[in-house]
Design a protein around this ligand. Structure first.
Ligand SMILES: Nc1ncnc2c1ncn2[C@@H]1O[C@H](COP(=O)(O)OP(=O)(O)OP(=O)(O)O)[C@@H](O)[C@H]1O
Ligand SMILES: [Mg+2]
Length: 588
């Protein structure tokens, strides 16, 4: 499945990455000083070969003999210090950039539209904050340092060579055009491989993630072999791509070095001709050769860097594509403090972006503040979809939804969502304490007394008090340490604690026994007197007291009224009721 993000080209990536690095410019200056110093020691070392041979060995110049050993030690000491300086700050910048990028990607994802999460594999989303960011950030700083260091070394060495003999240097530069060709080809190939590798790593994460979430189903239905094979296949694909990357790198580096050897050969050929020999001292010639040999390393580094850089740029294309993609549109400017809870659906139709048939058609309803509305209907009739439109998770095709007479589109998203409390069909709990799970988000910092009251109303207190650390008990990943009903009661407590004027309960009590359900129902009736409530329930016995029952079928409201009225009508509701009543009779 593709990710709906903005496409971005490699040319834009590097400058943007560099901009992240530039934020830490004081550190960068230190890195640069260290790098330039340590690079300068290279031509310095090559240069020292000159006096070594000419003055110390051939002419036996005493002063030169004295300072030369000190000079060699000094050069290496300086080099060591400079390398520490640049290494330390480069590492620091790299980690800071990683953190910034990771934070930005995470924060951006928090504001992406719901559709983004519905259409992107979760494995890929996880890979964004882990693999992609690591790829980019680690290499970006290594790229900058190597770029500075190796380019500076190359420039220094070439400079020295030009100074010693420009004729020879020009001979060396003959290899520039084929060198460029090799590098351009390798670059293109590596970038392509980088993208494929990302997808393949995304698949690996996806499969692992699915297994971790579904381990019980995997075990019971004997999916181990299938999962293992699937995982191993994705892993194998990753390795193959990595090997292709490696081979490209391994071929291009010696090719480049071979070209440098060609240059060396050309140079030796030119240098050994009579005319040239006359103008060069053996010392200069020696130092020229050392310079040329020393060129091999930075050139190799740059070719290898190119390989890693292409992977990083491919990851950067994805990351910046995500960062540039549009977040949830929030056109609303009206801020509601605490609305009364009047809700109106005006001829609302809605189609999921991935479907071509509307899931809701011409929904009309006017709900007054404090009214209890029950939604019933067959599975797939659109109940959950309907209540999910209230927090504007999706944009509707046509019609309007109003809160206190204000169109949903005009209310700022944050303010709109603060008016709603929600207990969904799948319970979401965080790996945190009971207290923090109830007082989540905007409710952080509510008093213990308030939290206790909410827990009591949700009939959660009875089990919370039995937990080892009461409200401070950690409940594990999505509340694994709790039973289904306990988890549901915690999320009901969360909804009760939020004093939002509109409450949505989607199958909120389905995991409870009849008695607990009755108790909670009673507590809710008392507590939610002045809150507008939408209750979705399959068990009709729980919604008999609703002020109004809406019966849905195929995305339409087909019946509406009180329990007794609908029974008298003898339509769909009466049929559903008769069936459940019959089931209860036989079960009893
Ligand atoms: N994210 C989605 N993308 C595409 N189609 C969806 C999505 N969610 C639901 N649907 C489709 O919309 C229709 C209504 O789904 P909805 O979840 O609203 O039903 P429901 O009445 O709540 O059913 P249930 O009682 O089983 O919870 C279904 O046909 C379903 O396939
Ligand atoms: Mg549903």
């Amino acid at each position: 499945m593709t990710t709906p993000t903005t496409p971005i080209s490699g040319f834009q990536v590097y400058p943007r990455l560099v901009r992240y690095t530039l934020k830490y410019w004081p550190y960068l200056v230190l890195v640069a000083i260290g790098l330039v110093t340590s690079s300068a020691t290279q031509p310095l070392f090559a240069w020292i070969m000159g006096p070594l041979l000419d003055k110390a060995i051939l002419q036996k110049d005493a002063s030169v003999i004295k300072w030369l050993p000190m000079g060699i030690l000094g050069i290496f000491l300086l080099r060591g210090l400079a390398m520490f300086l640049s290494g330390y700050y480069a590492g620091l910048i790299g980690r800071k950039v990683t953190k910034t990028l990771r934070d930005e990607v995470f924060t951006h994802m928090l504001r992406m539209p719901v559709t983004f999460f519905e259409t992107t594999q979760s494995g890929k989303l996880l890979a964004y904050v882990s693999y992609y960011v690591d790829q980019v950030a680690a290499v970006s700083i290594r790229g900058v340092t190597s770029l500075i260091q190796d380019s500076a070394t190359i420039i220094g060495l070439l400079g020295l060579m030009l100074y010693q003999s420009w004729q020879l240097t020009l001979g060396v530069l003959l290899i520039a055009p084929p060198l460029t060709l090799i590098i351009v080809y390798a670059t293109k190939r590596l970038r392509r491989l980088g993208h494929r590798l990302q997808n393949s790593v995304g698949d690996v994460t996806q499969i692992a993630n699915e297994m971790l979430h579904g381990y019980k189903v995997v075990r019971i239905f004997g999916g181990e072999q299938y999962e293992a094979a699937r995982f191993s296949e994705a892993n194998e694909r990753t390795i193959q791509l990595q090997m292709k990357q490696l081979v490209t790198e391994l071929i291009s580096t010696p090719l480049v070095q071979f070209l440098v050897a060609v240059a060396l050969a050309i140079m030796v050929y030119i240098a050994t001709r009579e005319a040239t020999l006359a103008t060069l001292s053996p010392g200069t010639f020696m130092s020229f050769i050392v310079s040329l040999l020393m060129l091999l390393t930075p050139i190799r580094n740059l070719t290898q860097l190119n390989a890693q850089l292409q992977g990083a740029i491919a990851a950067g294309e994805s990351i910046f594509g995500l960062l540039d993609s549009e977040t949830e549109q929030d056109g609303g400017t009206r801020v509601l403090e605490h609305c009364r809870g009047a809700v109106e659906f005006r001829d609302v139709s809605f189609t999921y972006p991935s479907l071509d048939r509307p899931v809701l058609r011409h929904i009309n309803m006017v709900v007054s503040p404090g009214e209890k509305i029950a939604l019933v209907g067959k599975s797939g009739s659109g109940k959950t979809t309907l209540v999910n439109l209230l927090p504007r998770f999706h944009n509707i095709d046509s019609g309007d939804i109003l809160l206190d007479g204000v169109s949903q589109r005009d209310i700022s998203l944050h303010s709109l969502r603060r008016q709603l409390a929600y207990v969904g069909q799948d319970i979401v709990l965080f790996n945190d304490t009971v207290r923090n799970n109830i007082a989540y988000g905007d409710m952080r910092g509510m008093s213990d007394a308030q939290i206790r009251t909410a827990a009591e109303a949700a009939h959660a207190l009875e089990f919370i008090d039995k937990l080892p650390q009461g409200f401070d008990t950690m409940i594990g990943d999505n509340g694994v340490m709790l039973s289904g009903g306990q988890r549901q009661r915690l999320s009901i407590a969360r909804a009760i604690l939020s004093h939002a004027p509109v409450l949505i309960l989607d199958e909120a009590t389905s995991a409870l026994d009849t008695e607990s359900e009755r108790h909670i129902q009673a507590a809710l009736d008392r507590l939610l007197e002045n809150r507008t409530t939408f209750i979705i329930a399959h068990r009709l016995s729980t919604i008999e007291n609703a002020d109004r029952i809406l019966v849905m079928q195929d995305g339409e409201i087909i019946e509406s009224g009180k329990h007794t009225e609908l029974l008298a009508l003898g339509g769909q509701y009466a049929r559903l009721h008769a069936m459940q009543f019959h089931e209860d009779e036989t079960a009893a």
